[in-house]
Design a protein around this ligand. Structure first.
Ligand SMILES: NC(=O)c1ccc[n+]([C@@H]2O[C@H](COP(=O)([O-])OP(=O)(O)OC[C@H]3O[C@@H](n4cnc5c(N)ncnc54)[C@H](OP(=O)(O)O)[C@@H]3O)[C@@H](O)[C@H]2O)c1
Length: 261
C-alpha cells in the first residue's frame, strides 16, 4: 500500500526512543521529511542519524522539553510557520501511585506531560498546520483512557482527557483542513516499562521477566507490544490512506481494553 506521504513534512515530539522514535523511523521509510524532538540534544541528534542511516532521508533534530513553556515557545518560534503536514505528539506517561499519595505537584506534572505540553505545541503550530497538505495531528492516549488501570488514577484521568481533547479539536479543526485523531497503545516495551520494572525490582524484588509475566496476564495476546507495532498503526493514521479518519481514538493494545467503544 502506498501511504502517499512522500515529501510530507511531519514533526514527531518525544522521538529519541520508544514509540515516537519508531513512528518517526516508519514515516521516514515512507519518504516523509521528518523532524524529531526531545529534551536531550545528544539523544535526539543520535536518533536523527540512526533514522537517516536506515532510510536514506534527512531528519531534522530539535530540542524541546514539553514541561517547559519557554522551551515549547522557542520551538514554535524557530519553526517560523513553515508549512507542516503532520504533528505527532508522543510525549506522556503515567505515575503509579495510590490516590492518597498524589500531591498537587504530581497531578500538575502529569497533566503538563500528557495534556498541557501537547496542547501548547498544537496551538503554536496550528498556523503551520493550516498551511500543510491534508494536515493531521496524532495525540497519544493509552489503553488506560478506556479501561481504568488500578494505581494509575492520575494518568487514567489525563489520558481520558486526551481523548476528549482529540474529539473536540477534531470537530473544531476538520473544517479548517486539520484532521485530529488519537492512538491508544497498550503495554509496550519501552523505557517507560523498563523503568517501571526497575521500580518493582527495588520494591518487591521482581525480575524484569516476572514483571512482564504479571502485566501480560490480562492481555489476550499474552505479551507486551514492541514499539514498532504501535508505530505501524500510528504511521497509517498519519497517512493519506487514512484521509477520512477524524476524531477517532484507536486502541493498539493486544485486545486488553474490554469496552465495546
Ligand atoms: N509504553 C507503554 O506501555 C505505553 C502505554 C500507553 C500509552 N503510552 C503512551 O505512548 C507515548 C509514548 O510512550 P513511550 O513508552 O514510547 O515513551 P518513552 O519510551 O518513555 O519515550 C519517551 C520519549 O519522549 C522523550 N521525552 C521524555 N520526556 C520529554 C519531555 N518532557 N519533553 C520532550 N520529550 C520528552 C524522550 O526523550 P528525552 O529523554 O531525550 O527527552 C523519549 O524520546 C506516551 O504518550 C505514553 O503515555 C505508552
Amino acid at each position: 500500500m502506498n501511504l502517499g506521504i512522500e515529501g510530507d513534512r511531519i514533526l514527531v515530539i518525544g522521538a529519541s526512543e520508544g514509540i515516537g522514535y519508531e513512528t518517526a523511523l516508519a514515516l521516514s521509510h515512507e519518504g516523509a521529511r521528518v523532524a524529531i524532538a526531545s529534551r536531550s540534544a545528544k539523544s535526539i541528534e543520535a536518533a536523527a542519524k540512526r533514522i537517516t542511516r536506515a532510510t536514506g532521508h534527512a531528519v531534522e533534530p530539535l530540542v524541546v522539553d514539553v514541561m517547559d513553556e519557554a522551551a515549547t515557545e522557542a520551538l514554535i518560534v524557530a519553526w517560523d510557520n513553515q508549512p507542516l503536514d503532520g504533528l505527532v505528539l508522543a510525549t506522556g506517561g503515567s505515575h503509579r501511585a495510590p490516590f492518597t499519595e498524589l500531591t498537587d505537584a504530581k497531578w500538575m506534572e502529569n497533566y503538563t506531560f500528557n495534556v498541557l505540553g501537547p496542547v501548547r505545541l498544537l496551538r503554536g503550530l496550528l498556523p503551520a498546520l493550516k498551511k500543510g497538505r491534508d494536515a493531521r495531528v496524532l495525540f497519544f492516549g493509552g489503553a488506560g483512557a478506556k479501561m481504568l488501570h488500578p494505581q494509575q488514577v492520575v494518568s487514567n484521568v489525563h489520558k481520558a482527557g486526551i481523548l476528549a481533547l482529540a474529539k473536540t479539536l477534531a470537530d473544531e479543526l476538520a473544517p479548517e483542513g486539520v484532521r485530529v485523531n488519537a492512538i491508544c497503545p497498550g503495554r509496550t516495551w519501552t523505557k517507560l516499562w523498563r523503568d517501571r520494572a526497575a521500580d518493582f525490582n527495588a520494591k518487591e524484588g521482581l525480575t524484569e521477566e516476572e514483571v512482564v509475566k504479571r502485566f501480560a496476564a490480562d492481555i489476550p495476546l499474552k505479551r507486551f507490544a514492541q514499539p514498532d507495532e504501535i508505530a505501524a498503526v500510528a504511521t497509517f493514521m498519519m497517512s493519506r490512506q487514512a484521509s477520512y479518519l477524524v476524531g477517532q481514538a484507536i486502541n493498539v493494545d493486544g485486545g486488553m481494553a474490554k469496552g465495546l467503544l
